[in-house]
Design a protein around this ligand. Structure first.
Ligand SMILES: [Zn+2]
Length: 619
């Protein structure tokens, strides 16, 4: 098949594509105008960031771990097995877009730069569904390609040598069917906001649209005068009047350019184009921000909002810097170049796009308290965005972490009671959900949106809470930091987290991850106890009455006995469907409570208070 550009009419928008390709094909195919332009000089890949792990100050909250691995060089990661050529690793996307005044069609030019791991010919496959492809070049030369069923396919000729780069350029235009949402915001002003989760980046730029193939990204947007453009990474230079030839002759556009120094997954690569005010929220993560370009080693924190909503946004995002500082201390360095919190017209309440978090326009406009969401999305910068699940079913490594550590902000700034209340609420939501018959690692999910469920969020965060209880405070936080340090900028599966935790705990946790992550359900406990007056001992029976298809759980249970003069606690490992134990006590208890610290995920058979006193014996 030949590129469609050969037969295209010489309209204003088609000029854009023709002009961009002039350096490649050497002529304007009869359209008027003359200039020279070499796209491969203009688009420069930023240099990768190296995390200076050795210079990290010890966290304030928990003791530091010993230093482990050499600092990773963040070149991105290769694609997961599947539809993509395993010997082609995308290392950089250079995306150029014309987003015109009206919400109609966009024109785009995307350069995909690969590292080739072997010499010889390659079959290049790119996910791309939203726009019509008009021209594809490889190393600057037009090539035959097909574009159907959401895939661009082409063959690249072989070249000698290994570890060299391959550069594919795709010119396209049209109305994105998804991913880049062009619509009026709630104030009636035209906006364009990317919304890629889970695999919708392909709707507006050609890509290896899978979280396992990270790359750096540069974005150039030609947007109407009066709009601002925000994206991942750092802004490069000041906005400039767009060169007419780059916009296909559309006048009055302004060119904005952003780029990342840190590789990220495609679902996190976004742009926002709108009439927005930008508010400075100060600096954060000072000394813990290796990707920052600032001399002082801090990141800039900013808020972006539609003009009628700036006061609400200022309030909503005011504590972002505090949160970043807390989490940089708790986990390790902030992974990206800056952090912008942005009011947006998208489908999610909040979306953790790397260094450019999008929040629902409605919640900001009505002045809702979104500090919980803010903390959740900020935690994602470390877990989800920097340490990214390699495959979708491991989503709990992103959502479970954000759901668990988000409330930590209040635990540190207010009281532990607040944190416990949030854990209790998380437990209640999971127990009331319809997904308890499915495991967290659910290979049976076909619609990725279904992974946004109480297993990924609520049960995932309770797994972390229970793990903290099993391994202890020090091993838990050391393990989390070790896991982050080892995998920052990379991709993970649940096994990677398990390994880091086992290393700090010193024992196998296979049983723990198996019962809580790989199997469905939770313990349903029937608890009975009797008191032997002559021997001063309680006889406790715990039966696990959950469905037989659910695992038989091994859990550390604290039995708390209330008695005259105080409280007596006994911790026992409960396992097996039937468990009994005789517990000597200092005096006759009046009541027994299970798990008074609220660490466990379980339900009492027949009601919460059942058998809290020995049957037939008045206290
Ligand atoms: Zn989340």
């Amino acid at each position: 098949m030949s590129p469609a550009i050969m037969g295209a009419a010489c309209t204003r928008r088609s000029i854009f594509l023709r002009l961009l390709s002039v350096a490649v094909v050497g002529s304007l195919f009869g359209c008027s105008g003359s200039f020279s332009f070499n796209p491969f000089v203009w688009f420069q890949s930023p240099s990768p960031v190296v995390f200076p792990w050795d210079s990290i100050s010890p966290p304030l909250i928990v003791p530091a771990v010993e230093l482990l691995d050499p600092a990773p060089i963040l070149m991105g990661s290769p694609p997961a097995p599947g539809r993509y050529d395993q010997d082609l690793d995308v290392i950089h996307y250079d995306i150029e877009l014309v987003v015109p005044q009206e919400n109609d069609r966009v024109s785009s030019r995307t350069v995909i730069r690969y590292v080739r791991k072997r010499a010889g010919p390659h079959s290049v496959t790119l996910d791309f569904s939203g726009l019509s492809t008009e021209l594809v070049t490889v190393q600057g030369l037009p090539v035959e390609f097909t574009h159907k069923d959401g895939l661009i396919r082409l063959d690249s000729p072989g070249r000698p040598g290994v570890f060299d780069t391959l550069q594919v350029e795709v010119m396209a235009r049209g109305m994105p069917d998804d991913g880049l949402i062009l619509r009026n915001n709630l104030h009636g002003a035209p906006t364009a906001f990317a919304d890629n989760w889970p695999n919708r980046a392909r709707s507006w730029f050609p890509s290896n649209d899978h979280p396992s193939d990270k790359a750096t990204v540069s974005v150039t947007v030609h947007a109407p005068l009066g709009k601002v453009v925000v994206s991942n990474g750092v802004q490069v230079g000041e906005p400039m009047p767009a060169e007419l030839q780059r916009t296909g002759g559309i006048d009055g556009l302004v060119t904005w350019r952003w780029e990342t120094r840190v590789p990220i997954s495609t679902y996190l690569m976004v742009i926002g184009v709108a009439d927005m005010e930008v508010m400075d929220n100060g600096l954060a993560a000072c000394g813990l921000a290796p990707a920052s370009l600032r001399q002082d080693g801090c990141i800039e924190v900013s808020s972006w909002a539609f003009p009628p909503d700036t006061a609400n946004a200022r309030q909503a995002f005011s504590r972002a810097g505090e949160m970043i500082d807390l989490y940089a201390t708790l986990f390790g360095p902030f992974p990206f170049e800056k952090l912008a919190n942005i009011q947006s017209s998208t489908v999610f309440g909040g979306m953790e796009n790397a260094s450019a978090i999008f929040y629902s326009e409605e919640t900001i406009a009505r002045g809702a308290d979104i500090e919980g969401r803010l903390a959740h999305e900020i935690v994602h910068q470390w877990f989800g965005d920097s340490v990214t699940p390699a495959y979708w079913p491991h989503l709990w490594l992103s959502e479970g972490f954000a759901s668990y550590f988000g409330p930590f902000f209040w635990a540190q700034t207010l009281s532990n009671v607040t944190f416990q209340e949030r854990i209790d609420a998380i437990r209640d939501r999971y127990l009331a959900s319809s997904v308890t018959d499915r495991p967290i690692l659910d290979g049976g999910v076909t619609n990725l949106m279904q992974l946004l469920n109480e297993n990924s969020y609520e049960k995932g965060s309770l797994v972390l809470h229970m793990l903290r209880n099993v391994v202890g405070e020090r091993a838990f936080f050391d393990g989390v930091r070790r896991y982050y340090r080892r995998h920052a900028g990379g991709n993970v599966t649940t096994g990677d987290f398990q390994i880091a935790m086992e290393e700090t705990y010193g024992q196998s946790l296979d049983w723990f991850f198996h019962q809580w992550v790989r199997r469905p359900g939770y313990p349903i406990l029937r608890v009975e106890w009797t008191w032997d007056e002559t021997l001063d001992q309680a006889r406790v029976r715990v039966a696990q009455e959950q469905d037989l298809l659910w695992p038989t759980f091994r859990i550390p249970v604290v039995f708390e006995f209330l008695m005259e003069g105080g409280v007596h606690r006994v911790e026992e490992w409960v396992d097996g469907r039937e468990w009994t134990e005789v517990l000597p006590l200092p005096s006759r208890p009046t009541e027994m409570r299970l798990d008074p610290g609220g660490w466990l995920l379980f339900e009492r058979a027949g009601g919460a208070q059942q058998m809290s006193m020995p049957p037939g014996q008045a206290p």
